[in-house]
Each structure stands twice: as C-alpha cells, then as structure tokens.
Ligand binder design. Structure first.
Ligand code: YK8
Length: 177
C-alpha cells in the first residue's frame, strides 16, 4: 500500500475518531467541499467475527476527462474488534466507484489507524491499496494506476490540509477557556 497521512494531532484519539467516522460538522463540510452528494449512512452492525461493519453510499463529482462528471460510490467500512476506546481504532474502507471506466477491474482499500499518543494527542495513519478483481492487460492497468493514484492523492492532501486547520481552531478554542 501507499501511505498518505502519518501525522500526530493535538486531539484525543476518541475525538478524532468521532470527527472522521461519525456525522460531524467537519466531515459534512469536507464532503461539501469535495462536492459529494446524496450521502447515506447505514448503521454499524456486528459481523460473525465480532468486527463491526457498515455501508456508506454517496455520489462524487469528478474532474477527470476520462471519467463521467459524477459517479456513485459504495464504501464498506470495517471497524476491527482490536479497536479499543481511548487507545486505538482500526478501520478498513473498501471503496467501489461505480460508473467510472474499467470500474469492474478494481476497487480501493483504505486503512485508517488512529492511536493514542497522550491524553490529548493521537497519531493518524491512512494508507491505500489498489486491488484488482481481474487482471487487465498492460495498457489498461497502467491507465487505471495513473488515474487512481492521482485522484486519491488529491483527496488525501485536501483532508490533511483541513485536519491541520481543525487542529489549529480546536487548540485556539481550548486556550481561551
Ligand atoms: C473516499 C479511486 C479511483 C477514482 C478515479 C477513477 C478514475 C478511473 C479512470 C479510468 C476517479 C472518497 C477515485 C480517485 C475517485 C475518488 C475516490 C475517493 C477519494 C480511465 C481508469 C472518494 C476515498 C476514495 C477512494 C477511492 C477514490 C477513487 O473517502 O480516479
């Protein structure tokens, strides 16, 4: 996989989990800026292995000339049972982008790891794997890889920037009180 973010924030691990994985103002602003629409969250459910899973559906808008203007997305998140409140959260997100060219060849696996560093500090790591469902021929594989990584990196650069702003605002607010 490829790592996008490996950063320590002055935010408690529970708070950051809440911001990234519950319906927070931060995530709804982020999704609005990325022009995500029709977001539907399904509730978490326990699976046979004791992990929790849920599905999120949304529509993304794309500026890639090879892709349509919008694409439907299904994101399946697994919160691993190894996760522990106030200590660590491990989440895998399998993302299927319907409607884009060659969508039946690949999907995305994003892994989010949040770990406690101190009471009000945590480390966030996000990495991605490009997974193939069937083997495309070389030319197509190259095309998918190139467009895949450029789109993903753009998204996570933006997330990193917004998280830095959030950290700033949260710490200013806590110093005032
Ligand atoms: C989630 C991976 C690939 C896809 C895109 C595909 C182009 C294919 C073109 C042909 C557009 C928010 C991406 C980046 C769209 C955005 C997806 C996001 C960023 C010619 C090969 C959506 C994380 C995520 C996962 C996968 C990303 C898609 O939180 O290039």
């Amino acid at each position: 996989g490829r790592q996008h973010i490996n950063e320590v924030y002055r935010i408690s691990v529970d708070k950051l989990y809440d911001i990234l994985f519950n319906k927070s103002q931060f995530m709804s602003d982020f999704m609005e800026q990325r022009r995500f629409s029709d977001v539907v969250y399904h509730p978490w459910k326990k699976d046979e292995g004791g992990h929790q899973t849920r599905e999120i559906m949304y529509t993304i808008s794309l500026s890639n000339p090879l892709a349509p203007k919008t694409a439907a997305v299904t994101e399946t998140q697994t919160l691993y049972k190894a996760s522990q409140e106030s200590e660590c959260y491990i989440i895998d997100a399998e993302v299927i982008t319907h409607d884009v060219p060659y969508h039946d060849y690949f999907y995305t696996l994003n892994r989010y790891m949040l770990t406690r560093v101190a009471k009000n500090k945590c480390r966030l790591r996000i990495s991605t794997e490009l997974r193939f469902r069937k083997q495309p021929w070389g030319l197509v594989k190259g095309l998918i890889e190139k467009n895949f990584w450029s789109g993903l990196e753009e998204n996570f650069r933006h997330l990193e920037m917004e998280l830095a702003k959030l950290e700033e605002v949260m710490n200013e607010a806590s110093q005032l009180s």
